[in-house]
Design a protein around this ligand. Structure first.
Ligand SMILES: C[S@@+](CC[C@H](N)C(=O)[O-])C[C@H]1O[C@@H](n2cnc3c(N)ncnc32)[C@H](O)[C@@H]1O
Length: 431
């Protein structure tokens, strides 16, 4: 990873070159797209950063289609930097009118002189000239997965789960650039002009032209607002904690669900949050310090939920049973592909079943901390039945699950709800 930092610190690096280096880093290092974006130096700001981010994410969002178009023109696998140039230019061809295409080719060929060897420059020159027509030729009916830039297996899997029409709506949804929404817990009477209301109470759309540093960041200083998608409200609404309760938030980092629950509890009571030791915990703690400032008792415990036990909680003078337990499980993320476009590149067919197995184990572990009569919410940002209702049904057939009943559920399928996908299930402990 030092090499990309080094290349980007050489000035001046324009947004296009930086985007190519980020795409190369994405495919060379096994990092997520937001981790790759974090490699941009701190002084890479303003319009340059925004253009770089848009080209990088656009290249990933439309990359399967670009790849399908240039693959037949390759005799051998190109170096990742060469492929990165093709993916960035492929996105530009897609997003700009055809009269601009010759300029895009010229620009890419010129910039490539700094990035690749002479042989590769010649190769790029030849392929880039043919690429717009090859992209144009991809047919939405006979090559649906390529056209909507998704892996074949995922499109086949969804077609079986949801049918072809719904799958096409989902693919179209995933290819759009996501809206950013903010949840404001106590909205002012007069909204700033860069926010517009949504159909979901307390959620506001943020204008794309907003100045994040000067207009949005001040709203996030206290605990009165949080950047989140409306789908995130479903799980906390099902758990419905109230003032004075003890709540255990499992798989809690960076604390979005805790935020909702703290407000539902009017900052009175206790939230104990658990997540794996690692890079996500500092943000959880930072968010918790904002919540405790308003009177809530809140503690973050760094621990694997599968290892969490009475002794670990007692050692910290924390309750061992809770009125409410939230389990926001790790998942395949298939409900949030519009927002996290690189999920399409990372996900493998076996991941869905592997997630489901881990989710069942986590749910069994979580159930041990619920008081008699208490509430347990199992939540994911997946739209897969295998990771949602099937996990809950399996759980109810286990020994631990036999002490619970399924009380309610909320499922969001993005093409129906108009926001991210999610599944949330409320289980009540009956004895
Ligand atoms: C969906 S994210 C949680 C989002 C969070 N609840 C929020 O609302 O901001 C899933 C989380 O599960 C955590 N995680 C995954 N496996 C875990 C485990 N075995 N024990 C504890 N946390 C785990 C990850 O570190 C990640 O933070």
């Amino acid at each position: 990873m030092r090499s990309i930092k080094f290349s980007l610190s050489k000035k001046p690096v324009n947004a296009w070159d930086a985007a190519v280096l980020l795409v190369e880093a994405y495919f060379s290092a096994k990092l997520k797209s937001d981790q790759v974006l974090d490699l941009l130096p701190n002084d890479f700001i303003g319009q340059r950063r925004a253009s770089c981010q848009s080209l990088f994410l656009g290249a990933l969002r439309h990359g399967h289609r670009s790849r399908a178009a240039f693959k037949p023109m390759l005799r051998k696998t190109p170096r990742p930097i060469v492929e990165a140039i093709l993916l960035v230019a492929g996105y530009e061809f897609y997003s700009e009118p055809s009269e601009r295409h010759p300029k895009i080719v010229h620009h890419a060929v010129e910039r490539s002189k700094k990035l690749v060897n002479r042989f590769e420059q010649g190769f790029l020159n030849a392929v880039l000239r043919k690429l717009p027509a090859a992209i144009e030729k991809i047919d939405p009916d006979s090559s649906t997965a390529d056209f909507y830039s998704h892996p074949d297996w995922l499109v086949n899997h969804w077609s079986q789960s949801f049918g072809e029409d719904a799958t096409r709506e989902l693919l179209e949804w995933n290819q759009q650039i996501p809206e950013q929404t903010i949840r404001i817990y106590d909205p002012p009477k007069r909204l700033p002009e860069f926010l517009t209301p949504t159909p979901w109470d307390g959620f506001y759309r943020i204008s794309r032209s907003v100045d994040w540093q000067h207009q949005v960041a001040p709203l996030l200083d206290g605990s009165a607002a949080y950047i989140k998608d409306p789908s995130t409200r479903l799980a906390s609404a099902l758990l419905g904690p109230s003032s004075g309760m003890d709540v255990l938030d499992l798989c809690a980092a960076p604390g979005g669900k805790s935020y909702d629950m703290a407000h539902q509890m009017h900052h009175s009571g206790r939230i104990v949050a658990v997540d794996l030791p690692g890079s996500r915990v500092p943000r959880l703690r930072e968010n918790f310090s904002k919540l405790t400032a308003l009177g809530l008792e809140a503690e973050a415990v760094e621990c694997d939920v599968l290892q969490l036990n009475k002794a670990i909680l007692e050692e910290r003078n924390l309750p061992t049973r809770y009125d409410g337990v939230m389990l926001d499980a790790p998942c395949s993320n298939t409900g949030v592909i519009q927002r996290r476009t690189d999920v399409k590149w990372r996900l493998r067919p076996k991941d869905i079943q592997e997630c489901a197995q881990l989710q069942l184990e986590l749910l069994i572990a979580a159930s041990g901390f619920v008081k008699d009569g208490g509430r347990l919410v199992y939540s994911t940002c997946s739209i897969e039945e295998e990771e949602n209702r099937s996990v809950v049904d399996h759980f109810l057939h286990t020994e631990a699950g036999s002490q619970f009943r399924l009380e309610d559920q909320s499922i969001s399928l993005p093409w129906e709800t108009g926001h991210d996908g999610a599944g949330a299930f409320l289980l009540i402990r009956t004895n």
